[in-house]
Design a protein around this ligand. Structure first.
Ligand code: C2E
Ligand code: MG
Ligand code: MG
Length: 638
């Protein structure tokens, strides 16, 4: 009797693994296509039938011949269906979807075999009707060959598609292959001690665990691909399909965070599911010509023909209003999309996503349209961004950043009482790049802190040089970005640099732009208080350029406000503008703050500011930013 009693260990293992996975990660069952489900069912059925036939054969009651016969028949069908479903599953996993003729023919033969094959070879001749003695006829060698062919098919398939499998899947396939070989050898040498059931159960359980917990390619919330799954699916699609006319689309829900905060996480999730459903519908309608996924919290991506992508976006319907559970008020939901048309030879999926993402970033916040193509203009901007990012580190080392100084004058005496350090990038081709063209980029990639500290060091170096030459020096203000506030140890770093050049702290002013004051108030107040306690003067830059909360103004440890030049534009013709400016000046004065008015260009503006009794003025009216040597020459001359 070559059957062994295995159901207790192996069957239970598969059943439990499947149930636990289904319970913990129900959405991920989407990873389980038809073949994998069939495989699981077969593994369970195999173990049940195995135990049943063992019992029936042990009872050996000739009256139960037909029951035993049918149980054995079912047992053999399942036994051969297991490699069939496993092969079919791995075959699909490798990205074959029914196009490969030889593979499909192989699967067809296997299926026929699974259904009928063994009956003729084994059953009719091997089960004694009277004694219920079972003897192996051709069974063992046929099973051996069958399993061998299946392994070879899986092996060929995996080899053909190894690029698209991913490490985990590759290792899984290899392990299953080893298990199969082990099983075959074991059976060949110890036919009486079959471990088939246990081994099959082990391989299936392992597959389930890997796909539920390790190689997760499905997003749990929406059931779409996640980032890993999306990239893999794109790779597969690109392998099978000609990509001309294709586009990569990135879609993002507008203000997802705000939506979550205002209407609750559940509503946020509903929006994501709604969007996912729309996307899935369009992808389904494109049949095998499109793939999609949720590649980030609020971001989806689709790789499809351009026409379909446009249609998808048009059809996307988020009009179902989301209501705030507390107020019952509706909240309109919208989305943005960035589209990148693939070019000949495009293979790099990250690059496509990056381009579509840049178009998306470009269009977000735009009120006129919610879709942008990565076109010539956007490309130029993007290339500029990348070139800045690539060149900036070298530029600091090569000292391409120069500090320019712009005088700040006393309004009444017109004397220079201070200066502002403004950075200029003069690149290797001697072209000057203005801060507006690179500072926002450096703020995004975090490089700005290094640059700001470099500017501070340059200012200290220049001041030290002048002091050593016996020149009279004025305080210099240095701009710090809002990003610097979150930089750990920034205050200590500032103090270290200033002390290194032995510069009196009162000669350094710190400028922080107004909009920085709107977020992370706590950090800012802490940082500014520390700087103040070290004797630095604090300035709020660009006051009036943003939408400041006037209330926070009173809490901020600031000594000087710089009123933004925006206030001065057309001030002569705008009575309302004047009223606002005058009120701001009054308020600052009453709070005991000094005022610098920026961007004064004309005599009229100067006269007007004088009348308001603002202490200091900075602008082209007096002087433009200039290299420090020219600044010092002017001081010496004047
Ligand atoms: P900001 O700190 O408000 O600097 C004043 C800007 O106004 C400077 O532009 C200056 O050249 C310009 N300006 C001064 N007077 C006039 C005028 O009368 N008319 C006009 N139209 N413009 C005037 P710049 O140098 O291009 O700098 C732009 C911004 O870049 C600065 O605004 C500042 O926010 C930032 N920035 C400059 N250097 C640095 C730096 O070293 N670090 C950081 N984090 N930001 C910097
Ligand atoms: Mg400034
Ligand atoms: Mg300013």
């Amino acid at each position: 009797m070559q059957f062994s009693y295995q159901f207790d260990v192996a069957g239970i293992m598969v059943i439990f693994t499947s149930l636990i996975c289904a319970w913990i990660r129900p959405k991920l069952m989407k990873n389980f296509g038809f073949s994998l489900k069939l495989l699981i069912c077969c593994a369970i059925a195999y173990n049940i039938l195995d135990s049943l036939t063992v019992i029936l054969l042990k009872i050996a009651n000739p009256r139960s011949y037909y029951i035993t016969y049918i149980a054995l028949l079912a047992y053999f069908c399942v036994l051969y269906l297991i490699p069939y479903s496993a092969t079919r599953y791995f075959y699909e996993l490798c990205g074959e979807d029914g196009k490969h003729k030889i593979m499909n023919a192989g699967l067809g033969i296997m299926l026929v075999f699974a259904t009928f094959g063994n009956i003729f070879f084994d059953m009719f001749f091997s089960l004694d009707k009277n004694t219920l003695d079972y003897e192996h006829g051709f069974g063992v060698p046929i099973t051996f060959i069958y399993y061998l062919i299946c392994s070879i098919m899986v092996g060929i398939c995996a080899f053909r598609h190894k690029r698209y499998l991913g490490n985990i899947r590759r290792r899984l396939l290899f392990t299953v292959f080893l298990i199969t070989v082990f099983n075959l050898l074991y059976q060949a040498f110890l036919p009486e001690q079959s471990l088939t059931g246990l081994i099959i159960a082990l391989a299936v359980a392992m597959t389930i665990v890997v796909f539920c917990f390790i190689d997760v390619t499905v997003d749990e919330l929406t059931g779409l691909n996640n980032k890993v799954g999306f990239v893999r699916s794109c790779d597969e699609l690109m392998h099978k399909q000609d990509m001309s006319g294709y586009a990569m689309v990135k879609i993002q829900v507008y203000h997802m965070q705000e939506l979550n905060e205002r209407t609750g996480m559940e509503n946020g999730d509903r929006v994501l599911m709604l969007l996912a459903e729309s996307i899935q519908k369009c992808v389904d309608s494109a049949r095998h010509k499109a793939v999609c996924g949720r590649i980030g919290g609020d971001t989806f991506a689709i790789l499809t023909e351009e026409e379909i992508s446009i249609q998808t976006i048009k059809n996307m319907d988020l009009s179902e209003a989301i209501s705030n559970p507390l107020t019952g008020m509706d909240y309109a939901v919208s989305f943005y999309a960035g589209i990148y048309r693939l070019e000949d030879g495009d293979k790099d999926i990250d690059k496509m996503l990056d381009h579509a993402g840049y178009a998306l970033k470009w269009v977000s916040g735009n009120f006129k349209t919610n879709v942008a193509f990565y076109d010539a203009d956007i490309r130029l901007e993007d290339e500029h961004r990348k070139s800045v990012e690539q060149r900036v580190r070298g530029a600091i080392l090569d000292k391409e950043f120069k500090v320019y100084l712009q005088p700040v004058c006393d309004t009444m005496s017109r004397q220079r009482v201070s200066a502002e350090a403004l950075v200029r990038w003069i690149d290797s081709k001697n072209q000057m790049i203005n801060p507006g063209d690179f500072i926002p980029i450096l703020e995004k990639n975090g490089f700005i802190t290094e640059l700001d500290l470099y500017v501070l060091e340059e200012v200290c170096r220049i001041l030290r040089e002048w002091i050593n030459q016996g020149m009279e020096v004025v305080p210099v203000s240095v701009n710090f970005s809002r990003v610097d506030v979150d930089h750990h140890g920034i205050v200590e770093e500032i103090v270290r640099i200033v002390d290194k050049y032995n510069i009196d702290h009162s000669l350094i002013k710190i400028e922080l732009t107004e909009s920085a004051f709107n977020d992370n108030m706590e950090n800012i107040i802490k940082m500014l208080n520390q700087l103040r306690s070290h004797g630095f003067i604090i300035m709020m830059d660009d006051f009036g350029s943003g939408y400041s909360n006037l209330n926070m103004f009173k809490d901020m440890p600031v000594d000087i406000v710089k009123i933004d030049m925006y206030f001065l534009r057309n001030i002569e013709n705008s009575e309302k503008g004047m009223i606002v400016l005058e009120s701001v000046v009054q308020m600052a004065k009453r709070l005991g703050l000094k005022i610098v008015v920026e961007g004064v260009e004309t005599q009229e503006q100067y006269d007007y500011i004088r009348k308001l009794h603002c202490e200091m003025i900075q602008g082209f009216y007096f002087a433009k930013p200039m290299p420090s040597e020219i600044f010092s020459d002017q001081v010496n001359a004047g």
